[in-house]
Design a protein around this ligand. Sequence first.
Ligand code: G
Ligand code: G
Ligand code: NA
Ligand code: MN
Length: 253
Amino acid sequence: LRIETGLLHAFEYNELLLYYQPKIDFAQGHITGAEALVRWQHPERGLLAPGDFIPIAEETGLIVQLSDWVLEAACAQARQWKEAGLEPIRIAINVTAREFTRSLPDRVRAALSRHQLTGEWLELEITESMLMHSTDRVISIMEKVCLLGVTISLDDFGTGYSSLSYLKRFPINTLKIDRSFTTGIPGDTNDCAIASAIIGIAKQLRHKVIAEGVENMAQFNFLKEAGCNELQGYLFSRPVPAADFHLMLTEGR
Ligand code: G
Ligand code: G
Ligand code: NA
Ligand code: MN
């Protein structure tokens, strides 16, 4: 309960913030975008990671308010970067199953228009489990999002139960290889096989593929060789505050 009432205060007192973890393309080594990851600057407990409060937000229903806050904060930040003269880069936000409803395209459209942004600035990360039910409804929501120029990536790919025959029906742009597979590369032959297979599926379906949790050069080399398009992970950068991410962009890393 203390976290719950605290979380209500967090909105009121501006204690939430977004960190940004860059996504890099293998070919050029350029930053192509970032995943926005929420943090809570708690007055007593310090900087809290999502694992410390997202589950409580889910249980209490505050996740709805939190998700609205994240969408708004990401777009407000993108607008600042746009006004600072940066070329569009995709800011990816994590979308929960609960907000994946018919109103999602309207919420996204409204947020973009409020900040005078094109869809090129935004990406939605969804999980496999969101694709499993009411397929036609889900496809129609995704298509409306795509019409805004916003891309969709499938997070934690391979950890859920996804029917590969379904996969081709969804307007998805990118598959994200889950960190649990990246971790075992290159030593674990199963993880290597799974990562390669996901890359193969992505290519066949003409999706982009990104590996998360890339921490070392052995993983980097394997994934690059296997044809992975992008990477995200501590090898390049941890999630960082907006100002630090802006510096990375302008220093042209
Ligand atoms: O930042 P960290 O590595 O601790 O993130 C842990 C998890 O929290 C990730 O799996 C991510 O999907 C989730 N997460 C981070 N930010 C958000 C957010 O803004 N909304 C939701 N729903 N989940 C988030
Ligand atoms: O959305 P998702 O649950 O996949 O969120 C990614 C999580 O993984 C975040 O909590 C982020 O801080 C963490 N993370 C990002 N890169 C790395 C990495 O290279 N290694 C490890 N161990 N964790 C990472
Ligand atoms: Na994610
Ligand atoms: Mn993920």
